[in-house]
Ligand binder design. Structure first.
Ligand SMILES: *Cc1c(COP(=O)(O)O)cnc(C)c1O
Length: 384
């Protein structure tokens, strides 16, 4: 006799049946409920510790009060696309808006991935690439990352290996590159990315996920505009969730050839961005002072924290992002638990095959000090 659950799931696509749902960073409320801790610090999802700029909060509050919330939003995102087009000096036809850039990654898999087609990305790359690939019943071609003992970029994307593997896999239709990558923080130089793009046939779409673009040192930042002209098969993905501080509102976008944008637009649900999110993103883009302040805070703390961690005998991966990935050289789960008990949420890396690592988002100076003090306390307790 088949059980009810078997009946309900037997016709689900095999790729979906073998999926494991994405585990997000623990929400603050959950830790408050679980351990009864009031003062919880979340450094687990690479959010901007300064949050949304005052200009954004003002624009959203005004829109929530004024706007007729009974009407559908502008499904074409006209005003936001105009602003993004000006910001990047591209045509509005090259822009696709997503409910977070996660939405864009899924559109890509819906268009280019499926049975008999393969999607290429690095080992230790952002988890959504494999989820989106599997959900489409496509094959994942996972390129080995640089080894743990690599002199400069342990666990980083090996783009020369991408090029070699791609030559042997004519079934690859889509390539994902995260630069900088999450969860490792590692990066590729613009020269490395260009050298790879030069080898990719024009029918293979390369999605360059630049969620952490603004956190990079200036000389490492790509020139998306110039690349889009040179490589029509390139798609660049950006988000308002990280540096712009509006992760709650879910807005991301891609820049691509208009022909690719046209395909993305066909699989997008008609109103994938809500009206308040569209207004918030436009206000966020206009407030580049807030971006600069956020970049400066992160850059200063990204320099200050590594020596403090190293003084505790810990190694960290090189980072061009707003987080640090820490090697505990033993199972990091007890450290994660110890931090939770002290009201601090960081991100375990076991689901990425890195059980000895924890990823911590860079917060404000005082938040980071609280984290360092708690970590010292946890390590002291667990040693002796
Ligand atoms: C956070 C993140 C995203 C974007 O998330 P959204 O909130 O959906 O825009 C995309 N790619 C990487 C690598 C990320 O870390």
């Amino acid at each position: 006799m088949t059980s009810l659950v078997d009946s309900l799931t037997q016709n689900a696509l095999p790729g979906v049946l073998s999926l494991h749902a994405y585990t997000p960073g623990m929400p603050i409320d959950e830790l408050q409920r679980r351990l009864g801790i009031k003062d919880v610090l979340k450094l687990a999802s690479n959010e901007n510790p300064l949050g949304a700029s005052p200009a954004v909060r003002k624009a959203v509050a005004a829109a929530a009060a004024d706007q007729n919330l009974g009407l559908y939003p502008d499904g074409s995102g006209y005003a936001l696309k105009q602003a993004i087009a000006r910001y990047h000096d591209v045509q509005p036809e090259q822009i696709t808006l997503g409910n977070g850039s996660n939405d864009i990654l899924e559109f890509l898999s819906r268009i280019y991935a499926g049975p008999g087609r393969a999607v290429m990305f690095s080992d230790y790359a952002f988890a959504v690439y494999s989820l989106a690939t599997q959900a489409q019943n496509a094959e994942a071609v996972i390129v080995p990352a640089f080894p743990a003992d690599h002199p400069t970029m342990p666990f980083g994307h090996d783009l020369a290996a991408f090029a070699r593997v791609l030559k042997t896999r004519p079934d690859v239709s889509l390539v994902f590159i995260a630069n900088p990558n999450n969860p490792t923080g590692t990066w590729n130089t613009p020269q490395e990315i260009e050298a790879f793009l030069d080898t990719v046939p024009p029918h293979v779409i390369v999605a360059l996920d630049e969620a952490y673009f603004d956190y990079q040192d200036v000389e490492l930042r790509s020139n998306a505009r110039a690349w889009l002209d040179r490589y029509p098969n390139l798609l660049v993905c950006r988000t308002f969730s990280k540096i712009y501080g509006i992760a709650a509102l879910r807005v991301g976008y891609s820049l691509s050839h208009p022909a690719v944008a046209d395909l993305l637009n066909r699989v997008r649900q008609p109103f994938n961005n809500n009206a308040l999110a569209l207004i918030a993103a436009e206000a966020a883009l206009a407030d580049q002072d807030h971006v600069r302040e956020s970049v400066e805070l992160n850059a200063a703390e990204r320099l200050r924290l590594p020596p403090l961690l190293q003084s505790m005998g810990l190694k960290i991966l090189p980072s061009q992002a707003n987080f640090l990935t820490i090697d505990f050289a033993r199972n990091a789960a007890p450290v994660h638990q110890g931090l939770l008990e002290r009201g601090i949420i960081v991100r375990p890396m076991a689901s990425y095959g890195l059980p000895n690592f924890l990823r911590v988002s860079i917060g404000t100076r005082s938040e980071n000090n609280r984290f360092i003090d708690a970590l010292r306390d946890v390590l002291g307790t667990q040693r002796g």
